[in-house]
Design a binder for this molecule. Structure first.
Ligand code: KG4
Ligand code: ZN
Length: 351
C-alpha cells in the first residue's frame, strides 16, 4: 500500500446526497480534503418526513454535480488520484441507497478502483476518527458506542476496529424519529431534532413528568414510541383543560420530552459501560448534535471515569466523510486478512 491513500466516500442512504474525499496517512491520520453535502430537507419538509422515491430522484439528479464539486474542492485533479471508493450499502432507504451504490460501482469499474460497501451506522461511529480529534486508541478501546439517529438507537461494544457486537437497540421508534414525531405534534416542522432542542433550551425540563420507557429494564434495548404517545396524550389533556398551546407551553413540552428521551439513553449507556468494563463511551449519529445530550453524557462519563468522545458538529448528521473513514478501516482489515482480491472489483456489492 502506498504511504497515503485518497478515499472517495459516497452517501445516499436517506435525504442527503453526500460525497467526500479524505486522505489517510500511513499513521492513520485522517485529513478531510472535501465534504460536500446536498440536503433535500426542504423538499421533504412539506410531507413531514422523507419520501423514499422522491429522495432517490433527487439523488439521481444531484449525485454527478456533488461528486464533481467534491473532487474540485479536494484539489485531487481527477478520479485518477483516488485510491479507494467507499459507499454506503445500508441500512437506509432502498431506492436512495441504490443511486449511490450504482454510481460508485460504475465509477469503480470505469477507473479500475477497489470499492468497499460500508454500513451506515459504522460510518456514524467513524465520524469520531478525524485527525483533529487526536483519538488515542489505547485509551479508547474497548468502547461503548451509542449511535442515535433518525432510524436507529443502538448500543454496541467495540473492542477494536472491525470487532463490534450490538448489545441493545430500539424495539420500535428510534430516538431521532421520536424527536421528529414530537415536533410534528407541536406543529414545529421537519426535521424535529434541531427545532425541539431550540425550544427545549427555553423551557422547563421538569414541567411535565413524562415516562422514561425501559430505563430500568435488565437488557440494553430501548423503546421510544410510548414516550411519543405520552406527549400526544399530554397535549390532548392540556387542550381539554383549555390551555392554550402557545410558545411557552411548547418550550416546556419540548424540554420535558428532551429530558426524558436523553435520560434513557444516558442511563443505559453508563450501565453498559460498567457491565462491559470499557475505557470510554463514544457518541454518534444525527441526534448527537443535541447539546443537552452531549453535555449530560459528558458529565455522566466524568462522574463514572469513562473517557467521552463525540463528533464535531458538522459530522453529526449524514455525510460521506464518515463513510470514507469507515471504508478505509474496513479496507485495511480486508487487506491484512488477505481478502484484497475479493474487493478489487466487487461485482456482487449490493445493498
Ligand atoms: O444520522 P442522521 O442524519 O440520519 C439518519 O441516519 O437517520 O439523523 C437524523 C436525525 C433526525 O431524526 C433529526 O431530527 C435528528 O437526527 N437530529 C437531532 C438534532 N439534529 C438532528 N435530534 C436532536 N437534537 C438535534 N440537535
Ligand atoms: Zn445517519
Amino acid at each position: 500500500m502506498v504511504n497515503t491513500m485518497n478515499i472517495l466516500g459516497i452517501e445516499t442512504s436517506c435525504d442527503e446526497t453526500a460525497v467526500s474525499v479524505i486522505d489517510a496517512s500511513a499513521k492513520n491520520e485522517i485529513t478531510v480534503l472535501s465534504n460536500v453535502v446536498s440536503s433535500q430537507v426542504k423538499l421533504h419538509a412539506r410531507f413531514g418526513g422523507v419520501v423514499p422515491n422522491l429522495a432517490a430522484r433527487e439523488h439521481a439528479k444531484n449525485i454527478g454535480k456533488v461528486f464533481e464539486l467534491a473532487l474540485k474542492e479536494s484539489k485531487t485533479k481527477s478520479v485518477k488520484d483516488i485510491d479507494l471508493i467507499a459507499v454506503t450499502r445500508g441500512p437506509g432507504l432502498g431506492p436512495a441507497l441504490l443511486i449511490g451504490l450504482t454510481f460508485a460501482k460504475a465509477l469503480a469499474w470505469q477507473n479500475n478502483l477497489p470499492i468497499i460497501g460500508v454500513n451506515h451506522l459504522l460510518g456514524h461511529v467513524y465520524s469520531n476518527w478525524l485527525k483533529e480529534a487526536r483519538l488515542d486508541e489505547k485509551k479508547l478501546f474497548p468502547t461503548i458506542n451509542l449511535i442515535v439517529s433518525g432510524g436507529h438507537t443502538e448500543l454496541s461494544l467495540m473492542s477494536k476496529h472491525n470487532k463490534q457486537k450490538i448489545i441493545g437497540e430500539t424495539l420500535d421508534d428510534a430516538i431521532g424519529e421520536a424527536f421528529d414525531k414530537v415536533a410534528r405534534l407541536l406543529d414545529l416542522g421537519y426535521p424535529g431534532g434541531p427545532i425541539i432542542s431550540k425550544y427545549a433550551s427555553q423551557g422547563d425540563p421538569n414541567k411535565y413528568p413524562l415516562p422514561r420507557p425501559m430505563i430500568h429494564s435488565k437488557d440494553f434495548n430501548f423503546s421510544y414510541s410510548g414516550l411519543k404517545t405520552a406527549v400526544l396524550y399530554l397535549l390532548r389533556d392540556l387542550k381539554e383543560k383549555m390551555v392554550e398551546i402557545n410558545e411557552n407551553v411548547r418550550a416546556d413540552i419540548a424540554a420535558s420530552f428532551q429530558e426524558a428521551a436523553t435520560d434513557v439513553v444516558i442511563q443505559k449507556t453508563i450501565k453498559a459501560a460498567r457491565k462491559y468494563k470499557v475505557k470510554s463511551i463514544m457518541l454518534s449519529g444525527g441526534v448527537s448534535a443535541n447539546n443537552s445530550l452531549r453535555e449530560k453524557l459528558l458529565s455522566a462519563c466524568k462522574n463514572s471515569d469513562f473517557a467521552f468522545y463525540c463528533p464535531e458538529m458538522k459530522y453529526t448528521t449524514d455525510n460521506a466523510t464518515m463513510i470514507a473513514i469507515a471504508g478505509y478501516y474496513e479496507f485495511k482489515h480486508k487487506k491484512t486478512a488477505n481478502k484484497w482480491r475479493n474487493i478489487l472489483m466487487d461485482a456482487n456489492l449490493s445493498i
